[in-house]
Design a protein around this ligand. Sequence first.
Ligand SMILES: C[S@@+](CC[C@H](N)C(=O)[O-])C[C@H]1O[C@@H](n2cnc3c(N)ncnc32)[C@H](O)[C@@H]1O
Length: 402
Amino acid sequence: MNGSTAPRLPADIADPLPAAGTIMMNLLFHLIHGNRLIYNACWEDPRLDRQLLQLDGDSEIVVITSAGCNVLDYLLDGPRAIQAVDVNYRQNALLELKLAFLAAGDFEELFAFFGQGGSAAYREVYAALRERLSGAAQAFWDRHITYFSGTGLRRSFYWHGAAGDFAWLLRGFLMGNGRTASLVQGLLNAQSLTEQHYFYSQIEGIIFTRPLSWLLRQPATMACIGVPRAQMQLLDRQYPGRLDGFVRDKLRQVMTALPIRDNYFWRVYLTGSYTPECCPNYLQPENFNRLKAAVNLVSTHTCTLTEFLQRQPGLYSHFVLLDHQDWLAWHQPQTLAEEWQAIFANSRPGTKILMRSAGFDLSFVPVEVKARLRFFPEVTEPLHKQDRVGTYGSLHLAEVIS
Ligand SMILES: C[S@@+](CC[C@H](N)C(=O)[O-])C[C@H]1O[C@@H](n2cnc3c(N)ncnc32)[C@H](O)[C@@H]1O
């Protein structure tokens, strides 16, 4: 696929000679993302994924790990094997710790750590599970198991890591003021969309002030939450109300059009914990033994997706790419072309590929790649409206044709 026609960015975004601003932002992006745990929880809705992937006992899945919550969700559909791949070893260390709890811990300890975000017995519990982790995961958690201490300013695990920084700041901004805090609590406890609308319409006025809209449009802010400059510029250019208009409309959709009672994505970042009624499937007691029986079906790999497919070739039935190609498309089109080459070399006709993007279309997919895939917008677009995360521009399911 050399000489492939990489996705084309509008001229004013494609920086042939990246201005100082772009270089600085990419440096900031790498500084924040290069050396840390980024995602302490998956920020993609597995309920939609599972409807689209249609996993079964023959499924061999390759998925980008991120925080691993969705890997455990897919495991509930009884696949043959899941290969969890992430270039950031800390993401795999997080999944390994969850797998260790399922394999050798008990449900109460698992829920204390990942449901409540911390436990007074965190050192003892970790000591009992440590030997099940790889060397890299032990090295990481030996230094960072205090994320689960449940004490200090950031008393929840969900306020650690790069995504945790942003959540902690957001929560501080919203819950630091008595009136806003009670509105947010009212929203989280709302029993109807009408009630949600009542609370959220007041919160929206507090959030989307001129200074905050300005802050939202700053590349540095987006870099902090993992949105590379090119993606941000695309939204700012493509969306009628610009980037802050996009965020405003997406948030309003999630907070007023979808039931909040099972939206564990926003609950955990606004409160620092899940509840037994509002949490990912891997934290529900009725799934504990099923997951315990299946943990050996999951393998973690710290490398790029392309490297993994070169090391462990196979005819995989499913690929879950999250939104990682958004970044590659604009910054490393050659790397993206090589990744697609590896995906096609390790798939068969009918292989399903799930992707999300900050953008609204498939412009991040190279033209000749699109020619080998069938897409299902009639299925994904209506489903995307039910996305409990609500911060992505689009959701895509592709099937390999040839
Ligand atoms: C943009 S994030 C996706 C996060 C996801 N949206 C979420 O919220 O759960 C990309 C993830 O993919 C990993 N990643 C990025 N490029 C990769 C590559 N080429 N191969 C494997 N993992 C990659 C990053 O370390 C990160 O965990």
